[in-house]
Design a protein around this ligand. Structure first.
Ligand code: HDD
Length: 689
């Protein structure tokens, strides 16, 4: 029996951890027999009178709520935000006022397109939604791991999502954009080109939630105590650095462990290796906004870090897994409209539309307007208002007054507070009403090109491979051609690689560059993952493949070296019972080789003796373990006895500096240091497609 006191976030209603307690119905009536329904005679019909069974099954029948229309698959955790550098000069927001101040948070990471049961390593944007339980109310920063978006105006969101989700007539493909409808929409929507570059890049297949950046995407406002306002963009920077997997690996991870990302987050927190991000702000004024080459209200554009540096103001640590997935992660309701005094919206038309959508969707998903009564959504500061009644109302105003103004004096309930209350920034407005797309939103290609040229060569190859993969799943030739026509405006080399990849007989015409010319922007190295590698193997996982007879000293040295680096080790063996090492000790395995393919690890060490080396060279799963690790540019450490395995998979003649022979303890330590480079990209061209 679970402890509902905890999973409900502090409300005490019923039940405890104490398994000695009597099981009851939901009404609290003790149950004598939970194994058998009430029957007329031992083999007779079940009686309608059986209130115990009917209540139990009735409740079960109603366990599901509608999954989120987007971001259905997600995983959450609790933690805190701590101020490193206070910014009272920029904002009156309570949570940023004092260095060291901590604010509790709940974070939910997600994929966008797939349903709740879809695999974690779909090529997709990742949601990065943070609920700050501040002393002035809940602030929801509902962002993604990509700083730009597909569309400029919220009115296009249903079209975008319809096109990305499974086709309505056949209900497939699940959790992938690799189909005609998505590319049809994208190729007819030039404003999506910048974001297309991002989702075709390695950003869309992160190694871990712990290793991805997060972005508030829109330009927001900060407003200080004097009412002065600056613009701001929010950035989350992972302490472990950014890292992604390669596409062929992603496809295989989805089969081997569809829960790869959620398991990774849960395990890291459970083991006390708490994931951490820094919160950074790009702050700029109206003058900069007016001089910037793009409109800061256009969510398909970013502001390069090189142009407006990021100031780190805090850190977020996730140190607590949920007690109950449904109560917390499923019922958490993020709303972009949840902001607090000191932070304000801008006129970004995407943000304005979102401010309607989230409240609306939570009402539907959680069954009524009282979803703020659910503990995960309730503010953790005092709150008083006259909202009342409705489905599942847990707390209504007390006393006689449920309206305002009233003349009940002290018993009259809460009052507005002009000194502290939220005030919208009084931005002057003028203009004719109209369904208008501003001309300042018209350049759809320049930043797409900037993103592409800022990538390392291996990342550019991954992008060409990704586009080739996706467009190869598109049945209609005209859609494929139209996309290549757009790519020609972004980068001719990329367009050629994709045209060749999908076998176009001739190069299609360039797309019309809409109303704005494409400009050559400088490279922004901050946009590359590989160019900003963390130089550490910390938080990563080593797959250590052993068998009976493996050299105990080497195995222990490798485990110690990995541990000293702050990395995790998983033992993989021919049997899950483990292996008897050379010293006669048995080492338990976490994975039988069939269930622990090398795609689940960041690097692998294969420590076998001659006998096991020979036997396993004929084993298909052991062969895949080695050949995949090699194809995915991973670092491989091995004993001499692994040579026959290299021979059977055909890489014996191709071994490079990323494949390291182990003889003694020092080799093991040196190998873990080598792994700090994360991948051996010189093994290119890597067959990742
Ligand atoms: Fe959204 C969920 C992020 C545009 C409408 N969105 C949702 C979640 C994230 C984002 C992270 C999951 C929250 C959670 O974990 O529960 N969405 C974004 C970002 C956008 C964006 C970064 C662009 C900058 N979204 C967007 C638009 C609309 C929506 C333009 C509608 C006009 N989004 C929704 C929604 C969802 C949602 C339908 C589905 C479930 C939910 O809200 O709670 O309201």
């Amino acid at each position: 029996m679970t402890d509902q006191t905890r999973s409900n976030g502090g409300e005490t209603h019923q039940t405890t951890d104490d398994t000695e307690q009597t099981m009851t119905t939901a009404q609290g009536a003790p149950i004598a027999d939970d194994q058998n329904s009430l029957k007329a005679g031992p083999r007779g019909p079940v009686l309608l009178e059986d209130h115990v069974m009917r209540e139990k099954i009735f409740h079960f029948d109603h366990e599901r709520i509608p999954e989120r229309v987007v971001h259905a698959r997600g995983y959450g955790a609790h933690g805190y935000f701590e101020v490193i550098d206070s910014i009272p000069e920029l904002t009156a927001a309570d949570l940023f006022q004092r260095k060291g101040k901590k604010t509790p948070v709940f974070v939910r990471f997600s994929t966008v397109a797939g349903n709740e049961g879809s695999p974690d390593l779909a090529r997709d944007v990742r949601g990065f939604a943070v609920k700050f339980y501040t002393q002035q109310g809940n602030w929801d920063l509902v962002g993604n791991n990509i700083p730009v978006f597909f569309i400029q105006d919220a009115i296009k969101f249903p079209d975008l999502i319809h096109a990305a989700k499974p086709a309505p007539d056949r209900a497939f493909p699940q959790a992938q954009t690799a189909h005609d409808n998505f590319w049809d929409f994208a190729s007819l929507t030039p404003e999506s080109m910048h974001m297309i570059m991002w989702i075709m890049s390695d950003r869309a297949i992160p190694r871990s939630f712990r290793m991805m950046e997060g972005f508030g995407v829109h330009t927001f406002r900060l407003v200080n105590a004097d009412g002065a306002s600056t613009f701001v963009k929010f950035h989350w920077k992972p302490k472990l650095g950014m890292q992604s997997v390669v596409w062929n690996e992603a496809l295989k991870i989805n089969g081997a462990d569809p829960d790869f990302h959620r398991r990774d987050l849960w395990a890291a927190i459970d083991s006390g290796d708490y994931p951490e991000w820094e919160l950074g702000v790009q702050v700029f004024d109206q003058e900069f906004a007016d001089s910037f080459a793009f409109d800061v209200l256009d969510a398909t554009k970013l502001i390069p870090e090189e142009e407006v540096p990021i100031r780190i103001i805090g850190r977020m640590v996730l140190d607590n897994n949920v007690d109950n997935f449904f109560a917390e992660t499923e019922q958490v309701a993020f709303c972009t409209q949840n902001i607090v005094p000191g932070i304000d919206f801008t006129n970004d038309p995407l943000l304005q539309g979102r401010n309607f959508s989230y409240l609306d969707t939570q009402t539907k998903r959680l069954g009524g307007p009282n979803f703020t009564h659910i503990p995960i959504n309730a503010p953790r500061c005092p709150f008083h208002h006259f909202q009342q009644d409705g489905h599942m109302a847990m707390h209504n105003p007390k006393g006689r007054a449920n309206y305002e103004p009233n003349s009940w004096g002290e018993d009259g309930g809460p009052r507005e507070n002009p000194a502290q209350g939220f005030r919208s920034y009084p931005e002057p407005m003028e203009g004719n009403k109209g369904r208008i797309r501003p001309e300042s939103f018209a350049d759809h290609y320049s930043q797409a090109r900037q993103f592409y040229i800022s990538q390392a060569p291996v990342e550019q190859k991954h992008m060409a491979d990704a586009l080739t993969f996706e467009l190869s799943k598109v049945g209609r030739m005209d859609i494929r051609e139209r996309m290549v026509g757009h790519l020609r405006l972004i980068d001719e080399g990329l367009a050629e690689a994709v045209a060749e990849g999908i076998g176009l007989p001739e190069m299609p015409d360039k797309a019309e560059p809409a109303k704005a010319p494409v400009t050559d922007l400088p490279e922004s190295p901050a946009l590359s993952i590989v160019r900003n590698a963390p130089g550490s193997f910390r938080g990563r996982k080593l797959g250590l493949f052993v068998a009976d007879g493996s050299d105990a000293d080497l195995v222990n040295a490798m485990m110690e070296a990995a541990k000293a680096e702050g990395a995790m080790v998983e033992i993989v063996a021919p049997h899950v019972a483990g292996a008897e090492l050379s010293d006669g000790e048995r080492l338990e395995a976490q994975q039988k080789i069939d269930g622990g393919p090398s795609v689940l690890y960041d690097a692998v060490a294969i420590i076998l003796d001659d006998k096991a080396g020979k036997t396993l060279s004929e084993d298909k799963t052991a062969q895949d373990f080695v050949s995949d690790a090699f194809a995915h540019a991973k670092f491989i450490a091995h004993t001499e006895a692994v040579q026959p395995l290299f021979e059977t998979v055909g890489i014996a003649g191709k071994l490079d500096d990323g494949v390291v022979m182990l003889s003694d303890k020092a080799d093991a330590e040196a190998f873990i240091e080598t792994c700090r480079a994360l991948r051996f990209w010189d093994r290119a061209p890597v067959n990742t497609n």
